[in-house]
Design a protein around this ligand. Structure first.
Ligand code: VGL
Ligand code: ZN
Length: 199
């Protein structure tokens, strides 16, 4: 973990990347991540930190058609979730996303799933415009879309700061979330707390 506060202060070349913070992944949603709502306050502080510095904020979203291949009726592992245009797919009302947030929709066709924000999207290209090379990553779920987004980010050469207090796991198998965090660290992600990120 970086010892000096300056290294975790957002600066030019940084971007905040929020992964799938959507109603269906929050308590009460169709694929609720336990304690998912607890990440909203730290996320809002991170959003403020980036927006006051005019640094870019990206938000990925699962944006599935009604008969998506990942749904059980189609033989997939999940209950229907994040169907494009529904309340379940929307960002929660208490997530203070600025109007200029870059929204990245993924897994938008019937026959393809994407756990990574880079999967079938323009995210890598979009990050080039502001010259982002270091990503502050947070969101849901630690063991699926956060894990796969971080794997791809590191493989593409981004530096990744993973916000430990602003991610939560589905934990289909107990320990999945902890194993995912360990893997991301071993791949090169640095685990930090949102409290280390300057206001
Ligand atoms: C996710 C399961 C299914 C995620 C998306 O965002 O982590 N998990 N679709
Ligand atoms: Zn999905």
């Amino acid at each position: 973990m970086p010892s000096d506060a300056s290294s975790t202060t957002p600066r030019a070349g940084d971007a905040l990347l929020l992964v799938d913070v959507q109603n269906d992944f929050l308590p009460g949603g169709s694929l609720a991540v336990p304690h998912g709502d607890e990440i909203i306050p730290p996320l809002n502080r991170l959003i403020l930190s980036f927006s006051r510095r005019s640094l870019p904020i990206f938000a990925t979203r699962d944006w599935h058609p009604a008969e998506h291949c990942s749904f059980r009726e189609q033989g997939g592992p999940w209950p229907p979730h994040c169907i494009a245009g529904t309340q379940g797919a929307a960002f929660p009302a208490n997530l203070a996303l600025p109007h200029d947030t870059a929204i990245v929709s993924k897994a938008t066709t019937t026959d393809e799933d994407a756990y990574s924000g880079f999967g079938g999207t323009e995210l890598h290209y979009q990050l080039r415009a502001p010259g982002a090379q270091r990503l502050f990553v947070a969101g849901l779920a630690t063991d699926y879309c956060v894990l796969n987004t971080v794997r791809d980010a590191l493989a593409k050469g981004y530096e990744v700061l993973l916000l430990a207090d602003a991610i939560r796991a589905v934990d289909v198998r107990p320990g999945d979330g902890e194993r995912a965090i360990k893997e991301m660290q071993e791949l090169g992600a640095t685990l930090i707390s949102s409290t280390q990120v300057a206001d």
